[in-house]
Design a protein around this ligand. Sequence first.
Ligand SMILES: [Zn+2]
Length: 366
Amino acid sequence: MTNIELFKKLLQFKSITPDDDGAFDFITQYLSNQWNCIELDFEDVKNRFYYKKFNNSKQHLCFAGHIDVVPAGEGWDTNPFDPIQKDGIITARGAQDMKSGVAAFLYACKNITQFDGMLSILLTSDEEGDAINGTVRVLEYLQKQNMLPDFAVVAEPTCEEIFGDAIKVGRRGSINGYLTLQGKQGHAAYPQKAINPIEQISTILPQISGKNLDDGDQYFAPSKLVITDIRSGMQVTNVTPDKLELMFNVRNSTKTSQKDIQILINKLFKDLDYSFKMTQGSYPFMTNQDSKIVRNITKSIVKNLNIQPQYSTAGGTSDARFFGQYKIDTVEFGVINDTIHSINERTTIDEVEKLTEIFIDLIQEF
Ligand SMILES: [Zn+2]
C-alpha cells in the first residue's frame, strides 16, 4: 500500500468525533504485530498508543495526531467521505486536518527499518471535541508507566502559503477572567446616595482594555487582555445599577501567568467591592529552538524542500499543548492549513508525498 493509498483509506472512515468508525482496527492491522499496541479507551473515546523499540538507546520519539474530524456540513461538491483525486488534489473531510499528517507518519514508521531508540505513535479520536479523554489521558497513563517520550511531532497542518514555510514550536495558552463589581443601586437624581459601578470601572477600563501584559518576543505576540463582555444597568435612565459584570480573555505566552493577572486586578480594584475568578482553558508552551527535535526537523525540511521554515506559535489550540505540559520537546509540522473545517477541504498529493519523505528523513537522521 502506498502512502497515498493509505491516506485515501483513512479519509474513507467517517470518524466524526468521537467515533473512529473502525479506523483504529485498520491502523492496528496496518502496523502489524511488529508494533505493540496499548488500547486506552475512556467513555466514548478511543485512543491507541503504538510503540516499537529498535535498539537499547534510551531516546524516544513520538508521532501524534487525531483520527477524528469535524462534521462535513452542507454544500460539498463531492462526497466528503469518498476522497476524490483530481489534478493532483484530494478533496475530503480530514484531508488537511489531519489525516494527511497521520498517513505520512504511519507510512514512515511502518516502512522504516532503523531508528536509534524507541518510536511511538499516539492517536486519539477526541481532539476536535472536548479533548478531555484523548491525548491528555494517554499522557497521564504513559507518565505512570514511565513511558513518556522525550520528543514529539504533532502532524497538524501548520504551513501558511507554501509547504514547508512554518513549523509550530509552541502555542499560546488561554485564560478567561470573570469580574463582578458590587455597587449600590439608587436614583439617578441622587448619585451621592448610590455607588455606581459604571463610574467606578470607567477610570480603570483604560488601564486594562487591550492592555499588553508582556511585550512578546520573536515567537509570541504580546499577551493582550481582551475584554469580551461588560453588562450592568436595567436599560433605564433613572436608576443607577447595583453591580457590573465584566469578562475578558488573554491568549497568554509563557511570559504571563494567571498570577500576573491576579496581581494587576488586585492593584487596580483594591479600594472597590469586587469578586474575581479565572479559568485557564489551556497552558502555553514553548520548545527551545536549540532542542534536537527543532534542529532536526528543520534540517529535514531544508533538505527536502529547500525552504527555511519560520518558527511560529500562532493559531488556536492543539493537542501539542498537552505534550508541552509534560515538558516534552514538541513541534508541529504538517501540510498547508487553508481549508480546514471548511467545505471541500482539500490538500495536494505533492504535499503528502513530501511530508512522508520529511518524516522518513527525520526518523533516519535522528
Ligand atoms: Zn487538527
